[in-house]
Design a protein around this ligand. Structure first.
Ligand code: SF4
Length: 403
């Protein structure tokens, strides 16, 4: 499929919308009521530091809903207002936050089911409305929905679209896109659907393996086994690593994306020399500002005197997980939760350690004075943060009362 032409044609269609429907004023109040928190507002007004009893809360400078997520959620709410009686679907979670997705379910938005590992669009009828989430959808899904005559409401974040443009650029010039991301993540699946030849690398270690192959060759079968499912069809490492372009899943750790870009630039420079470099290497800055700001704020937070860090966001949210990685690297105890419900008033917390299953820790808030650092991922509403902090304050206040 000529993905670029298809996308252009789709964008001109009357059944395609990507800017909302002019109901923004109507949904603004609803969004405020449902997603804001007075405690978080109070913290903001107090320069992100608040002390109550023996608890000091230090909130990261940048945290929570990014504008891309806010925009996607607002457009989804507007869609319901604009099509009050039509059947509305969404191809995936609108964002990685269980509370927000549950609210859409309550508003009678249907989520496309996954059956045997495949999305099942069989229930979506001609003329029905389908929302594409903030991290986009594959070009094949868009085509299927367009062919079926659906009305498409595209909330894809413009930063994600920018990455798609990069991989289109690589494809046109016959570069292989090296995508820093998780090959199964919805955003990366969407990005690679627009790419020509591509290889998804998860981290710097995988990138080093590829760079070494570029310079010295290696075991082709081992390479293909290592990156099984993470490359384009027919990808051949002996042929398809001569011209490389860099792209990324927008929520990956910025420092790692930059390091991977530099690694491949050095690799191609060593292999082809400075005069030929431009014919073998392309990189555009596609790291989203919001991800970058939240990560930078976390690096500042871990420099402060905090006893532990609470990280709030969906367990499948890539950018939230990366925030916790920063706390772990600094050796600060950290707890990743996806909602305030995970905190028990008996001073227990159900949380997800990095790369492990959800576990329960008791007495997670130590007795006596406590400074707690707090951050939240780009898809976490302030309300979740506020409700979690209210519980922390309640537990500590109860512990301070003499028995
Ligand atoms: S994190 Fe960045 S790319 Fe993702 S939705 Fe937010 S602004 Fe867009």
């Amino acid at each position: 499929m000529d993905t670029k032409t298809f996308k252009r044609t789709l964008q001109k269609s009357d059944r395609y919308h990507r800017r909302g429907f002019g109901h923004d004023a109507e949904v603004e109040d609803t969004l405020k009521t449902e997603y804001q928190s007075s405690l978080v507002d109070e913290l903001r007004a107090a320069n992100n530091v608040l002390t109550r009893g023996d608890v000091t809360i230090r909130l990261a400078e940048a945290f929570g809903f990014c504008w891309g997520v806010e925009r996607a959620v607002a457009i989804a709410y507007e869609t319901r207002t604009h099509f009050p009686s039509e059947r509305i679907w969404i191809t995936n979670e609108i964002i990685h936050n269980p509370g927000v997705n549950d609210r859409l379910r309550e508003m009678n938005v249907g989520f496309i089911e996954v059956k045997n590992g495949e999305k099942d669009f069989s229930e979506v009828g001609s003329g029905e409305v389908v929302i594409l989430p903030a991290f986009g959808a594959t070009v094949q899904e868009m085509k299927l929905l367009d062919d079926r005559g659906c009305t498409i409401v595209d909330t894809t974040c413009p930063w994600v679209s920018k990455v798609w443009n990069s991989v289109e650029h690589h494809k046109k010039r016959d570069y292989t896109s090296i995508v820093h991301g998780k090959y199964k993540h919805e955003e990366t699946l969407a990005t690679t659907s627009f790419a020509g030849k591509y290889l998804v690398v998860l981290n710097l270690d995988e990138a080093r393996y590829v760079a070494n192959y570029v310079l010295h060759g290696g075991d082709r079968e081992e390479f293909l086994a290592k990156f099984v499912n993470a490359h384009s069809e027919g990808f051949d490492p002996d042929v398809d690593l001569e011209r490389l372009g860099i792209a990324n899943q927008t929520t990956m750790l910025k420092t790692e994306t930059e390091a991977i870009g530099k690694l491949f630039e050095r690799t191609m420079l060593e292999k082809y020399g400075p005069i030929e470099l431009n014919n073998h290497f392309r990189a555009f800055s596609t790291i989203c500002d919001a991800t970058q700001e939240r990560q930078d704020a976390m690096f500042e937070l871990v420099e402060q005197d905090v006893d532990l860090i609470l990280v709030i966001g969906g367990f499948n949210s890539s950018n939230t997980t990366h925030l916790q990685e920063i706390a772990i690297e600094r050796g600060i105890p950290s707890f990743h939760i996806d909602s305030a419900d995970r905190i028990g008033l008996d001073n227990s917390i159900e949380h997800k350690p990095l790369d492990s299953d959800i576990t329960t820790t008791t007495d997670w808030l130590p007795a006596g004075p406590l400074t707690i650092g707090v951050t939240s991922g780009a898809s976490t509403p302030d309300k979740s943060v506020g409700a979690s902090l209210e519980k922390v304050l309640e537990i500590k206040a109860a512990a301070a009362v003499p028995v």
